[in-house]
Design a protein around this ligand. Structure first.
Ligand code: AMP
Length: 501
């Protein structure tokens, strides 16, 4: 009989208005399709970028913790299940590429400690590394910007065959120390390269300089990962960026059959056997004013895979082998072509998703919910109230973090605002966010209080651009630099959450 596991969905509030986490089933079939798509994509990649059999992958991968339900079923994220499964080992054997880090590093549960060990082991095996990878490109960028800070410590460890005291997890220490040996010549070679990278190159081409046999970098680079491309290209210094496949917790969807294309042009050929796929045709509203990110669509009846049209935008609907029936994923895709009769989809964006840095996914509703709760707290404990708000996912900071801007009316003590900030951070229950915060791959949420009248200036700016005060709605999340400048220039107080300290 097939083993049934429970699996934790990371974006519950799209379909679950209470914002509670939602479980979807995960079975042996789910692990098997994961293995199938990874083997398939390895085969397509090797057509363009052949790699040496038996080589290593410098993989920045992280598994979270699993727990049991009262009924005894295991719950965890898809990647956690996968990294602990026999399919993960089978993938390494069949693709003949082996990750540098042992299980103790992958499943350590601390982002900083695991990243340090991924880096030290990647350097230990540097001549054998055939490519660099991660699930989402955010983690590669984070890892190398962390490397810029700790490379001297890493060199000292490689020289001595030792491990920094920052690695406190006993199993991780033991596993890494069992693999490394004192290597003074490698340490001085790395030191020489890093000094040059730091002084004259601004870390341009860090990856090929330190991993001279790496052929490419592979990771999800499309969709919400596009903002990290610039930095990734900087570190890659000309090495090809290969955009990884398209899938979700609920089902794998498509494979990148054109790995040589830049991430901006990538589309995914749907594998029709992974699920039963249907597509809701979407039509952009003609007169929609795109002052915020909530561009929305008029919908038509779903069509099957065989009836999709070139150039049309759709929302994906899945009926899965794990029991989900006509399940709306929320992703907007465009059909950009066909490959052996199956449609190729380019990912446009996740509908209603506004805040995302890494594997976290929060919608406007999630944001509204946490702000509502915190503003109720503010009204209860002070004489102040929230007049307006917006948010921004700051991906330039390391680690990236959410900023929520509040304009308040009335007097509020710093202590009360600090508490509101904490409340909002703890209030995002999306599993991707919680895991990333616990592992510190996303930093503490920041509350910025702006002076009175700031949102009025924001409205003037938007109306000036788009016309019609009637239609104006404060964007609940923004990446608009003019708007961010107004907000930052008007910031009078800043608080950092202590929710995960
Ligand atoms: P999750 O809900 O955490 O399982 O993440 C699945 C979601 O991540 C998908 O529904 C997409 O919104 C996004 N995603 C997954 N793969 C890709 C990809 N290759 N490009 C862009 N977005 C992706």
């Amino acid at each position: 009989m097939e083993r049934l596991l429970l699996y934790l969905l990371k974006s519950p509030s799209l379909f679950c208005p209470s914002g509670r986490q939602k479980y979807v089933p995960f079975t042996r079939h789910s692990s098997q399709t994961t293995l199938q798509i990874f083997r398939l994509s390895a085969a397509y990649r090797s057509r363009f970028y052949p790699i040496k059999e038996g080589g290593r992958i410098l993989e920045f991968i992280y598994a979270g913790k699993e727990f049991k339900t009262l009924g005894g079923l295991t719950v965890g994220t898809a990647t956690t299940h996968y990294y602990a499964s026999k399919e993960f080992k089978a993938k390494q054997e069949t693709t003949k590429s082996f990750t540098c880090s042992p299980q103790e590093v992958i499943s350590g549960g601390d982002f900083g400690q695991s990243t340090y060990c991924h880096l030290i082991l990647g350097l230990h095996f540097s001549t054998q590394v055939e490519f660099v990878a991660s699930a989402f490109s955010y983690t590669i960028v984070q890892a190398f910007s962390f490397f810029q800070e700790v490379w001297r410590e890493i060199c000292a460890d490689i020289k001595e065959g030792n491990l920094s005291s920052r690695i406190t997890l006993p199993n991780m220490r033991k596993a890494v120390l069992a693999l490394i040996r004192p290597n003074p010549s490698l340490a001085s070679h790395i030191e020489e390269i890093c000094l040059e990278l730091e002084s004259s190159l601004g870390w341009l081409g860090l990856i090929p300089k330190l991993w001279p046999n790496a052929k490419y970098i592979s990771s999800i680079m499309t969709g919400s990962m596009l903002p990290y491309l610039k930095k990734l290209r900087h570190y890659a210094g000309g090495l090809p960026l290969v955009s990884a496949d398209y899938g979700s917790t609920e089902s794998w969807i498509g494979v990148n059959v054109d790995p040589h294309l830049p991430p901006e042009d990538v589309s995914f050929a749907v594998i029709p056997t992974f699920s039963y796929f249907e597509f809701i045709p979407l039509y952009r509203q003609q007169n929609h004013q795109d002052v915020s990110t909530d561009v929305d669509f008029v919908e038509e009846k779903p069509v099957p895979l065989s009836q999709v049209k070139l150039g049309q935008e759709y929302e994906l609907v899945l009926t899965t082998f794990t029991g989900l029936y006509r399940y709306r994923l929320g992703d907007v895709v465009e059909v950009t072509g066909f490959y052996k009769g199956t449609p190729k989809l380019s990912f446009i964006y996740r509908r209603k998703l506004i805040l995302t840095i890494n594997i976290d996914k929060n919608t406007e509703k999630d944001l509204q919910r946490v702000v509502d709760k915190a503003s109720q707290l503010l009204s209860r404990t002070t004489q102040a109230e929230v007049v307006d708000f917006t948010s921004h996912a700051d991906v330039t900071a390391r680690p990236g973090h959410y900023i929520i801007y509040w304009e308040i009316r009335g007097e509020a003590e710093d202590k009360a605002l600090e508490e509101c900030c904490r409340e909002m951070d703890a209030g995002f229950v999306d599993h991707g966010y919680v895991v990333s915060r616990r592992m510190k791959s996303i930093g503490p949420l920041e509350l910025r209080v702006v002076e009175g009248g700031t949102f009025g200036k924001v409205a003037e700016m938007c109306v000036g651009k788009c016309g019609g005060l009637n239609q104006f709605k404060t964007p609940r999340c923004t990446t608009n630099s003019v708007m961010l400048n107004i907000l930052d220039d008007s910031t009078v107080k800043r608080f950092r959450s202590s929710a995960y300290d």
